[in-house]
Design a protein around this ligand. Structure first.
Ligand code: GUN
Length: 287
């Protein structure tokens, strides 16, 4: 039987670490603040943003939400970002995606000051991940690396297969696994013979966005299976992995919910703390 990787528990320990550091910083007169921008009424985005705010409050991070109407113009949004970039009380800026269609996502993400870009979506931060010299890692891949480390799952020398090539998860995930000496393959919707590739994976990361996409026949016996999916079907939440069928084959597996999801928020908190420390001229782990 496989080990269930408990994202709730691991995220709680990350958040506790952050809470203690935030408190130590406050004792030195340094506050930690996150600005969260949401444009429009996407129901899933609203829930994510509410959860991010809740986490901030629990850890002593000041969060300010900017909930803008769907018809907000690019100029208006860029002007808000410019103001937040220059506000020394704001250490991190996050603009929830997806944005309404009329807004150019690239322009918006590029406008966020790289040192406040706690999502690590700015091209400068993306480039730094590529060369292995980074302060911020996108929250979901960072959370997955944290889970693997917590479970003492070795990446070095392992065959890692990532299904999905998004800028938010697939690409940075592959890069982090590579930095940890994995042998990495990225698969996507145009990949031929997908099953033949996924079956070679010692570590399989599913970030496809389709409920129960990964079936038991796609998974090698003893593989570690990480499920990034959050698919709502008839009001119920499903991962990208057919959990009941895959779990008996896996040596370890993340559930949905309670797996990768909680880790994403914990890593956002960690990135916000990192941003505040850097801006206060405090480096690394020293406090
Ligand atoms: N939408 C889905 N995931 C994310 C994320 O990690 N950050 C932001 N800003 N938007 C998202």
């Amino acid at each position: 039987m496989s080990k269930l990787i408990d994202g709730k528990q691991i995220s709680a320990s990350v958040k506790e670490r952050v809470r203690q550091e935030v408190s130590a910083l406050r004792a030195r007169g340094v506050s930690v603040g996150l600005a969260v921008i949401i444009v429009g009424e996407d129901p899933a985005s609203k829930i994510y943003v509410a959860n991010k705010k809740k986490a901030c409050e629990a850890l002593g991070i000041l969060s300010t939400e900017y909930a803008l109407p769907a018809e907000t113009t690019e100029e208006e949004l860029l002007s808000l970002i410019d103001r937040l970039n220059r506000d020394s009380g704001v250490n991190g800026i996050l603009c929830q995606l997806p944005l309404p269609r009329h807004l150019n996502e690239k322009n918006i993400l590029r406008a966020i000051a790289p040192e406040k870009d706690v999502d690590a979506f700015h091209p400068q931060n993306v480039g730094r991940i590529m060369i292995g010299d980074y302060d911020f890692v996108p929250c979901t891949p960072a959370g997955i690396m944290e889970m693997l480390a917590h479970e003492q799952i070795e990446v070095t020398g392992k065959r890692c297969v990532v299904i999905g090539r998004s800028n938010i998860v697939g690409k940075p995930m592959a890069m982090l696994l590579l930095h940890h000496n994995g042998t990495v393959t990225i698969c996507h919707s145009k990949t031929e013979n997908l099953r033949e590739i996924t079956k070679t994976a010692d570590i399989l990361v599913a970030a496809v966005g389709r409920a129960k996409f990964v079936t038991a026949d796609m998974v090698k016996e003893g593989a570690v299976v990480i499920d990034v999916g959050m698919n709502r079907v008839d009001g119920k939440l499903f991962g990208d992995v057919d959990f009941d069928a895959v779990a008996p084959k896996a040596s370890a597996i993340t559930p949905v919910p309670g797996g990768v999801g909680p880790m994403t928020i914990a890593m956002l908190m960690q990135n916000t703390l990192t941003a505040a420390k850097r801006q206060a001229g405090i480096s690394g782990d020293s406090l």
